[in-house]
Write a protein that binds this ligand. Structure first.
Ligand code: ZN
Length: 357
């Protein structure tokens, strides 16, 4: 009997916690969005709500439209920026998991942080040179950008009314029920929606901005790139880890391997895509995991017949950029299910692939 009482107390507390504290979505659908699409999008939002306990409301506008060739869906997120010191302090106050503790310990105390960068107009190796250099001065090293939803999770001030607009291509065949697998020839609508919401929640890289601004001379000076995002604070390479004055993040646009790490690169996590310009990247937007490795819902492509699932990699990344896990430690069976899902995903990679922007 003495053992039972605390157990009952815990159960009540957990129930109360899940009922009162959860990530909430306020969804607005355009008139072209079918009821079936609306229900599927709500199912995708519910996946994220079940994972994160942050008591915030994320406002999303959702619709369908004719998109560019090969683009299944896209998310345009509201971006906000803060001083690195404010973000550093927000990370400090937001530590709720063991990974949060480790990730925060890896951050440099402000006001500035260091990075490898390249392809800028003031690259000391020559304007727009691809050779990486260390930058630890100026506006781009004391400012952090993130989506407004991510800022809400970090309890930073946000005034934006809408956090993102998510649009699905209207010329594809979708499967709206992943519980029995995804039909050959159809795309996983709930999986795609889950992916796009993931961008809105903060899975983005400022390297995509660098890629876009480094093509046409004269390009931009590094101080104009105040676009390091929260996720980029955990973006490393072998070269950036070996930096002479200590490990720094890798914010370069080139084809070298970039990987996620919450401990300054000591442990190499999942790889990142390296940029949409195939002349100096792998052809995929840097705001994604590396393609075709089954790393998670934030992979850059989806094939027909492919089931898209949230992975342990995804959960860890969202945890450390500011989202608080609803449960401290996922049960082992959860991981087993995720691994099975990834296996199925890899087996179907022969299908024609489309970009999930
Ligand atoms: Zn994407």
């Amino acid at each position: 009997m003495k053992l039972r009482r605390p157990l009952l107390t815990v159960a009540v507390l957990l129930a109360f916690s899940s009922a009162s504290q959860a990530l909430t979505f306020n969804l607005t659908f355009t008139p072209t969005t079918s009821l079936q699409e609306q229900a599927a999008f709500q199912a995708a939002a519910a996946r994220w709500s079940s994972l994160f306990a942050d008591p915030v409301t994320v406002n999303l506008a959702v619709g369908t439209a004719a998109l560019g060739p090969g683009i299944l869906a896209q998310a345009g997120s509201t971006r906000v920026q803060y001083s690195y010191t404010d973000v550093y302090n927000a990370f400090s106050a937001d530590r709720t998991s063991a990974d949060d503790q480790t990730a925060f310990s890896s951050l440099t105390a402000g006001p500035n942080f260091g990075m490898l960068i390249n392809r800028t107009s003031n690259n000391p190796n020559g304007a727009l040179s691809p050779t990486p250099y260390l930058d630890n001065t100026g506006a781009n090293t004391n400012t952090i950008r993130m989506t407004s939803a991510n800022a809400k999770a970090l309890n930073l001030p946000v005034s934006a009314a809408s956090d993102a607009t998510i649009t699905f291509g209207n010329s594809f065949t979708y499967d709206f029920n992943p519980s029995d697998g995804i039909n050959p020839g159809a795309y996983d609508f709930i999986g795609l929606a889950t992916h796009e919401i993931g961008h809105a929640l903060g899975f983005i890289s400022g390297v995509d901005i660098l890629v876009g601004n480094s093509v046409n001379p004269p390009g931009f000076a590094d101080d104009a790139f105040t676009y390091v995002n929260t996720l980029d604070l955990f973006r490393y390479s072998t070269l950036s880890v070996a930096n002479a004055s200590g490990p720094v993040i890798d914010f370069t646009a080139d084809t070298r391997v970039k990987f996620f790490s919450i401990n300054k690169g000591v442990t190499q996590g999942a790889g990142f895509s390296t940029g949409s310009n195939s002349a100096f990247g792998d052809g995929r937007q840097a705001s994604h995991w590396k393609d075709n490795l089954g790393l998670g819902i934030m992979d850059p492509t989806a094939g027909t017949g492919e089931l898209l699932a949230i992975s342990a990699n995804d959960v860890q990344a969202f945890d450390v950029i500011g989202w608080s896990l609803a449960t401290a430690v996922p049960e082992p069976s959860t991981y087993a299910l995720m691994i099975l899902g990834i296996g199925g995903l890899l087996a179907r990679r022969h299908a024609a692939q489309q970009r999930a922007a």
